[in-house]
Design a protein around this ligand. Structure first.
Ligand code: PLP
Length: 380
């Protein structure tokens, strides 16, 4: 049986989530905007899901805007908020997911300068870099809560406090954090927060933007006026029901899942430490309980990835959204990881159902793959 150790790319749909979704792919089928009983049935389901997604992050249901994915929520946050802000730069950390970097570049192309926030060698945003951006009049700040590649957790509450004091609007991409660590929208003090269902055992193709309702946002999609006009389009009812169920399960099981994953990560790291030329990156930073990014000297990560895949282990190199890319990932480059380590980096992300045997098998497969690759035997 192949072993899946790439949970930061996506997670398997929880069987309980699938069960909850099935009626909405079958006998329950109204448009939630319709006033009749068919519409009421799906509207009630969407309302319940909205409550559950809001509860996962300590927000009110009216603060949740359902979107087509995390990418869309990030686009709505940056492009939507910037549309209502006075001229002035946006400040974005260098290690954001492309779904934040690209809208920032779009704003730049439209005449709003981007100030790139630097990170230290452990992947933590430098507070002085934010202070400099705020001093230059940054209007909008976006810093992710946890990084998809390294798992590094940012002190978003502290950064948001500084940014708010300077009058800036603050967004955080919490896609990787939700379901792995507690996420508290009010305590973070941000105006906007992004979520995605498929990273927490929900379905792919559904996300949410949690928002401070006092903040004006320009929608990306206009039309029928769904989601209070912020995201027109008939709702993905089954997906949203799945998201709600996944969020409720993640909230209920957070402590046990996190403890289990942390123990597995520690086991993995102990094993990695015994291998030659392998270094755990951002080891000194607070990280997600499930994520290890390891720099491996003397191999190319794509080659290593394929060797591991042949051995039955699925991991990722750098960001999964960028497979096939051979330059070091932008995250590792921003951290100043030496290219010879970054080019051989692999990301292992365990999940709530990963076992010790999976981790031990992976470590053995990695040792074998490294041995063959370094001797130049594979592919010969
Ligand atoms: N933000 C982060 C940190 C991610 O890891 C991802 C997914 O890879 C996204 C945003 C995009 O979410 P989605 O896949 O739902 O568009």
């Amino acid at each position: 049986m192949p072993v899946y150790l790439d949970h930061n790319a996506t997670t398997p749909l929880d069987a309980r989530v699938r069960e909850a979704m099935l009626p909405y792919l079958g006998e329950i089928y109204g448009n939630p905007a319709s006033p009749h009983r068919f519409g009421r049935a799906t509207r009630m389901a969407v309302d319940e899901a909205r409550e559950r997604v809001a509860a996962l992050v300590g927000a009110a249901p009216q603060q949740v805007v359902f979107t087509g994915c995390g990418t869309e929520a990030n686009n709505l946050a940056l492009l939507g908020a910037a549309a209502h802000l006075p001229p002035g730069p946006v400040a974005v950390s260098r290690i954001e997911h492309p779904s934040v970097l690209e809208p920032a570049r779009r704003l730049e192309a439209r005449g709003r300068p981007v100030l790139w926030l630097e990170v230290d060698g452990e992947g933590r945003v430098r507070p002085e870099s934010l202070d400099a951006a705020l001093a230059q009049g940054a209007r909008l700040v976006s810093v992710m809560l946890a990084n998809n590649e390294t798992g590094v957790i940012q002190d978003v509450a502290a950064l948001a406090r500084r940014a708010r004091e300077a009058g800036a609007v603050v967004h955080t991409d919490a896609v990787q954090a939700a379901g792995k660590i507690p996420v508290d929208f009010p305590a973070l003090g941000v105006h906007l927060l992004t979520l995605s269902a498929h990273k927490l055992h929900g379905p792919q193709g559904v996300g949410a933007l949690v928002r401070d309702r006092a903040l004006e946002l320009e929608p990306l999609l206009v039309g029928g006026g769904q989601e209070e006009g912020l995201r027109s389009g008939t709702l993905n009812v089954a997906g949203i029901v799945g998201f709600g169920t996944a969020a409720a399960l993640a909230a209920d099981e957070l402590a046990t899942r996190a403890a289990r994953m942390r123990a597995l990560r520690e086991r993995l790291e102990r094993g990695l430490a015994r291998l030659d030329g392998v270094r755990i990156l951002a080891a000194g930073a607070e990280r997600l309980p499930n994520t290890v990014m390891a720099g491996v000297a003397g191999v190319e990560s794509e080659t290593l990835l394929m060797a591991l895949d042949r051995a039955g282990y699925a991991v990722s190199s750098g960001s999964a959204c960028h497979t096939g890319k051979t330059e070091p990932s932008h995250v590792l480059a921003a951290m100043g990881v030496p290219p010879e380590l970054a080019l051989g980096s692999i990301r292992v992300s365990v999940g709530k159902d990963t076992t010790e045997a999976d981790v031990d098998g992976f470590l053995a497969a990695l040792a074998g793959a490294l041995d063959s690759l370094r001797r130049g035997a594979v592919g010969a």
